[in-house]
Ligand binder design. Structure first.
Ligand code: TA6
Length: 294
């Protein structure tokens, strides 16, 4: 039995069993609906009231132990992508594979807020990042979606970590989608290395995997095929990643439909690589992001 089942929940939140028998919190508030798997504190859907889903999930996502969900908002922590020295360590860290605890749920006006928590465990202390820590994650569901991740160093030594809210957004056609707000920012293309800044929004005509460092900019995603514009406003984040796998990489992923690449784009709120966070013992850092749809 999950500790969450002893928790007092507002009528807008129900805990149940989702795909693969995984525990899921279903939120149905006046401002919007969402689902959050406790495995990974993984937002797997969000739709403002009267709107179509904003968060994208693959139809091929696995819901099995040790396999991250494909889509939604994976929490990448305490490292991003492959671990730098341990090839056996899971891509994007252990947080998205861990069972988070739902510690509180409340209604605030038309919004519903969930608080989830992850702390070090025997498993994490045996991992490639063996430090003592607490991570607290607040998800606010309504006409907007707000996510806030606060990491506290509970070690006696300084700790350094990477973090990302690796958000998959639903678009009608990636070939008519553009990401604004990163014009003039230097970036590293994971396929072709450092690139000069561009004066145009990011447009997509192939696999795109860009890391923008020292970039605190807010961004927009314009889905020209539907006219929807997502605004992404972040705090406490110095890196942004923009990703679409395109044809070959999509086909190479078992949990990603071959043709699904046209319906999604990742714009990720991060602190990675040179922007990794170092915390003194007892110190905390908050990274947050808010999504609105126009
Ligand atoms: O954020 C982009 C990225 O690092 C890509 O390189 C791709 O690997 C993607 O993350 C998905 O990673 P995952 O481990 O979830 O398959």
């Amino acid at each position: 039995m999950s500790a969450a089942t002893s928790l007092e929940l507002p009528s807008s939140v129900e805990l149940g069993m989702g795909e693969g028998g995984l525990s899921v919190a279903r939120v149905a508030g006046p401002g919007g609906t969402a689902e959050v798997y406790l495995r990974g504190a993984h937002v797997s859907s969000w739709a403002p009231a009267g709107s179509t889903p904003v968060i994208w999930m693959s139809e091929q996502s696995e819901y099995a132990p040790g396999i991250p969900l494909r889509g939604g908002v994976p929490i990448c922590f305490p490292w991003f992508a492959g671990h730098p020295t341990d090839a056996t360590a899971p891509s994007h860290g252990f947080a998205r594979l861990a069972d988070w605890q739902l510690v509180a749920a409340r209604e605030v006006g038309a919004d519903v807020e969930l608080d989830l928590r992850l702390t070090d465990s025997e498993a994490t202390r045996a991992s490639a990042w063996p430090h003592r820590f607490e991570a607290r994650y607040t998800i606010t569901v309504g006409a907007e979606l707000a996510l806030s991740l606060t990491v506290t160093n509970r070690d006696a030594e300084p700790v350094t970590f990477e973090e990302a809210l690796h958000t998959y957004l639903a678009v009608a056609d990636i070939r008519q989608t553009e990401v604004g707000g990163l014009e003039g920012a230097l970036f590293t293309d994971r396929l072709s290395g450092p690139q000069p800044a561009e004066s145009e929004p990011v447009r997509f005509s192939g696999e795109t995997d860009r890391i923008y460092q020292a970039s605190t900019a807010d961004t927009t995603v314009t889905d020209a095929a539907t006219g929807r514009v997502f605004s992404i406003n972040k705090q406490g984040s110095a890196s942004t990643v923009v990703w679409n796998p395109w044809i070959e990489k999509a086909a190479a992923m078992a949990d990603f439909g071959d043709d699904e690449y046209t319906g999604m784009v990742c714009v990720e709120t991060c602190n990675i690589r040179d922007d990794a966070i170092t915390l003194a013992p007892g110190a905390s850092h908050e990274m947050s992001v808010r999504y609105t749809v126009a």
